[in-house]
Structure formats: C-alpha cells, structure tokens
Design a protein around this ligand. Structure first.
Ligand code: ADP
Ligand code: MG
Length: 578
C-alpha cells in the first residue's frame, strides 16, 4: 500500500455518486473522461454477464429495464422486503446482491479517480444516510472492500454536508438542520456542533420521495398534452431535463410544447409539501425550535428548484444557506474528512497571521487589544492591569477575538480567574501575556507580580483558524459600526471618569461648605447635576457626557486647590504664623 496515495471521499448516492480527493491542500471532485463529476448510480448486467456502470448503464435502461439496476442503495444491508420498495429488476435473477452492485459503482469511481490522478488509490471515506443502521453501514463498508478500497470511515451524509459548508470551523456551539432532497429520497437531520465534532440529534424523512416523483408527474403532464405514452423512458428523461431547465428558466419546451415554471410548480407543490411534516418531526425529536437553528443547509440536486427553496424558507422561517453546490456538498464533505484523516488538509487550515485581533475585556466592558489582527505568528505581547475596585481579591480575564470596540460584540475564546491579595483600588499588578505558537495555539499567562503566582490557559486552533467568511463579516461589522462603537467607547470612558468624580465632588463640597461662595457652590452642584442627568439618559450622548465630565473635572480641580489652600491656611493658623 502506498502511504502517499490520497484517500478518496465518496458520496455513494441513491441516484448519483461522486468522488473527490484533496489535491495540494484543496478538496476537489474528480471528473470522468467525459468531464462529468457525477456518475449515475446505475449498473447494467448484460445477458453475457458484462457489466456497465453510470451513464452507459442508464442508456441501457430503455432497452433492458430488468437488467438495469438503479437505486440499489435502498436495498443495501436490508433483508428481502424490508425496504418497502419493489425494484423493476430482480437481483437474484441477475445473480447479484446490493453489496456487489454497490461495489461495481465504487470500482467505477475508484477507476475515475485513478485515471484523473494517474496513480492507484486504495483508501476511502464513504458517506451513508444518518439513519443507516449497523447492518447498512457494514454492508456499505463491505462493498468498498469488494471494490478494493480500505474504508477508513463511514461518514453520515448530513455531517459531510456540514463539513462542506465549513460549519466545523466556527468556534461556537451550533445547531443546524440539513435538508436533503435527492432523486429518490428525502432526509432531514438536526445536528449539534461542539468543538468541531457533530452529533446527529434527530433524523427523519421519506425514503420514497424525491426528484424522480416530480419527473414522473411532469412526464404524465407532458405525455397527456402531446398524446404520448406516459411511461416511455424517453418522455421521462426529457421531463427531467425540462425540470432542471425550469430551475433557472421560466419556460422550457419539448417537442414544440412550452412548459412554464408555474406548470411545474403546480405539479410539484403537493410533493414538496410532504417534506414539512418530517421537518417538524425532526425539530421536535431534537427538542429544537426552528428559530434556535444557526443554519439550515440545502443538499441534494432537487433543492436547486426555486420552489423547494421557497418552501424551506417558509418551514424554517429563515433564509436557507445555499453557499455550496447542493449536489456536490456531500462528496466535498467526504473529501474534506478524507483530507483531515490523511493529514493533507492541515496546511490550508492554518494561516500564518492572526486573522482577527486578540485581547481581553477591560473594566467597563471595552475590548483591549493585545495582539492586533494580521500579526504574523509566532507572536507574543502583554500588558499590565490593576484592580479597578478596592478589596477585590481576583480578576476575571475574558479572552476575546474580534475588531469591535465593545467586548460584548467580540467572540469570547475563554476566561481565566486570577487571584491576588486584596488591597486598595489600583494596588494589584497583574501582567497578562498572550503568545501564539507556530501551530496557532494561543497561550494566555496571567501573573500576579506581587506573589509571582501564574494562571495559564491554552486555546487551540481558534486564535488563527477562523473561517474567511466570518473574518470578513467581523471586519465589515467593525467598519459599519465604527461610529457607534467609537461613541460607546467614548461614552464608557467618560462614564468611568464621571463615576469616579461625582463622589469626590460631593465629598469636597461637604468639606468646603463654608469656604466657598454660594455662586461657586451652585456652579459646581449644577455641573454635577448635568453629568448625572447625562449619565442616566438612555441615548448615551458620549460627546456631551465627555464635555460635561471635563468641566466637572476642572471644577473639581479648583475645589482641590481650594482644599489645599485651606489646609495650608489652617496649618499656618495652627502654627501661629498668620
Ligand atoms: P441522490 O442523493 O439521490 O443520489 P442527487 O442529490 O444527485 O441525488 O439529486 C438527484 C436529483 O436532483 C434528481 O432527481 C435530479 O433530477 C435533481 N436535480 C439535479 N439538478 C437539478 C436542477 N437543476 N433542478 C431541479 N432538480 C435537479
Ligand atoms: Mg444524496
């Protein structure tokens, strides 16, 4: 076995199968000699025992319907009759089995890959529906082995789709739904993502619902209008072509008949509406409300239909994520998993600069940047902090990532509690150091300089490995909100200052009650009142608060001068010098 040979990612679909590989750090799907990246999951066993696979096999269907095997995935790992579906062929008469037929499809995909890569391959990751039981998974694995592939992992299709959508790279905890409408089956799964691993919370669906049903109904519609036999395979194939065209065009024609998207939608709607109940069931089984989902992703060729997208939007009350090619997402995810297993994907995941700033939350909820964005790694930087309140005996350090001025708008990567001896405000000295090593791991060290006690935290990956899209979003938000953010920062700083000044002013006025004129006093009192009114206002007028606080600060300074003068005077009087 060649240790350098790549691991294949395979979507062994009911209708179509695809194969991919990570090449130079990028997952790509491989095309056959005709340039097609998708192989129909069809196998034709001719009278003489010769076997054809894919588009070639499908072309035999019209001539040899009982010798052309399609949708064998519905039968794999099941006992006879268990599938609840009667195929138009008999595997026993053809002296074959679902595992052997699947092995033929896999052999074909292996050959497509070997031809494209000009090298032999022997290992693969293969996807199966989330609801496949042990018997079905084992049968799929056996099919791989029979095709000469060591199956390193059997991966659930919705998990593969989530990988393709890059959802594993988001740092936080997410819940997602994967709506997969293929050729013959509908699957809906709810997944939970935690630290880059997925758990399928629930799965539901209909194994007899898919694009084929729509093709059949459209064929009946067309056949009736054109007076053709409705079950003719050519009418059926033409109907599929018309249906696909109507995903992008408003009309399509066949034999002089114009068919509009509205015609198709009228036919398809009742079928598509049947997916609703399964979606609701999956949500309720998972104990998740539609609005709690972070993403709804679309998978399967039939989700290219605008009607399906509209309907999914209606069911989940949100815009579905369509950033990936729906009929390639599962194969792409299998390929990504293969790349991760083979170690060839690490390269692309690790960038060598920090995509976003790293810092900590400071008093007042502001972001204090320690390592700015775009710093090349490895990198190290630190700052000294003190206690903002007297008699504090610990400080909570929240480690943040992002470009926003307020801590709450950035992402929290972790938190550590640093203990120190309690004392007056400003007495503690806590040094915080961030260092990112060459592997992108962020080490946070907090040291109380008095006791030399260290508290440390390690944050792996997330400091450097952030999905491009999220980085862009964070940066564009920081630009969009620059004005409001800056306003909030000025406000918070002025507020902290005001909160420090107001008690000092009150104390000084008390002590100087008899030493200053009524006018002086009322000027200071009214300035303090202005600050209090601005502080209490909900509209956060940062400029006004800053100006008013500055005036109060000046007034306080003159009070402080007066207090000093008065103290000197008293001391001179006491010493009998005046
Ligand atoms: P499976 O998972 O069952 O192997 P696929 O995800 O490959 O299936 O989906 C195949 C189905 O998608 C077929 O019914 C096909 O007609 C349909 N399909 C593919 N492209 C389009 C399109 N552009 N518009 C509508 N349906 C499409
Ligand atoms: Mg599929």
């Amino acid at each position: 076995m060649n240790p350098n040979s790549p691991i294949l990612g395979i979507d062994l679909g009911t209708t179509n199968s695809l194969v991919g590989v990570v090449d130079s750090g990028f997952p790509i799907l491989l095309a056959d000699e005709n340039g097609s990246r998708s192989t129909p999951s069809a196998v034709c066993i001719a009278q003489d025992g010769s076997i054809s696979v894919g588009a070639v096999a499908l072309r035999q269907r019209a001539l040899h319907p009982t010798r052309t095997i399609t949708s064998v995935k519905r039968l794999i790992g099941r006992r006879p009759g268990e599938a609840g579906w009667t195929p138009p062929y008999s595997l026993s008469e053809l002296k074959t089995s679902p595992v052997e037929v699947s092995a033929e499809i896999l052999k074909h995909l292996k050959a497509v890959a070997e031809h494209a890569l000009e090298q032999s391959v022997s290992q693969a990751v293969i996807t199966v529906p989330a609801y496949f039981n042990d018997a079905q998974r084992n049968a799929t694995k056996r099919a791989g082995e029979l095709a000469g592939l060591e199956v390193l992992r059997i991966l659930s299709e919705p998990t593969a789709a989530a990988l393709a959508y890059g959802l594993d790279k988001l740092s936080e905890h997410q819940k997602i739904a994967v709506y997969d409408l293929g050729g013959g089956t509908f699957d809906i799964s709810v997944l939970e993502m935690h630290d880059g691993t997925f758990q399928v919370l629930s799965t539901a669906g209909d194994t007899q619902l898919g694009g084929d049903d729509i093709d059949r109904l459209l064929a009946e519609f067309i056949a009736q209008k054109l007076n053709l036999p409705p079950h003719d395979i050519r009418v059926l194939e033409a109907s599929e072509a018309v249906k696909k065209r109507l995903s992008t065009d408003d009309t399509a024609s066949f034999n002089g008949l114009d068919i509009t998207r509205a015609d198709l939608e009228k036919i398809a709607r009742p079928w598509i509406e049947r997916t609703r109940i399964h979606c609701l069931r999956a949500l309720s089984d998972a104990g998740v409300k539609a609005e709690q989902l972070d993403e709804v992703i679309l998978v399967g060729g039939s989700t290219r239909m605008p009607l399906v997208r509209d309907y999914v939007r209606e069911i989940f009350g949100r815009e579905p994520n369509t950033s990936q090619n729906p009929d390639e997402a599962i194969a792409l995810g299998a390929t990504i998993q293969a790349g991760i297993l083979g170690g060839s994907l690490r390269q692309v995941l690790l960038l060598d600069v920090t995509p976003l700033s790293l810092g900590i939350e400071t008093f007042g909820g502001l972001m204090n940047i320690i390592i700015p964005r775009n710093t090349t790694i490895p990198a190290k930087a630190g700052e000294m902090f003190t206690n903002a309140v007297a008699n504090q005996d610990s400080m909570l350090i929240r480690i943040l990532q992002g470009e926003r001025e307020l801590a709450k708008d950035n992402w929290e990567l972790g938190r550590i509690e640093v203990p120190f001896p309690s004392g007056p405000k400003g007495s503690a000295r806590v040094g915080v150091q961030f260092s990112i090593d060459a592997d992108g791991i962020l080490h946070v060290l907090a040291r109380d300089t008095a006791t030399h006690q260290d508290t440390t935290l390690q944050i792996s990956g997330t400091a450097v490995d952030v999905e491009d899209e999220r980085v862009e979003q964070m940066i564009s938000e920081s630009v969009d909100f620059a004005f409001e953010d800056m306003n909030e920062r000025i406000w918070t700083e002025a507020k902290l200052k005001a909160e420090e000044l107001l008690p000092a002013v009150d104390a000084a006025l008390d002590q100087l009650a008899d030493a200053i004129s009524a006018e002086e006093k009322s000027a200071v009192v009214s300035q303090a009142a202005t600050v209090r009114v601005l502080l209490a206002a909900t509209d956060h007028d940062a400029k006004a608060l800053k100006a008013a606080t500055q005036l109060l600060d000046e007034a306080t300074q003159s009070l402080a001068v007066m207090l000093i003068d008065r103290a000197m005077e008293e001391s001179l009087v006491r010493r009998g010098l005046v």
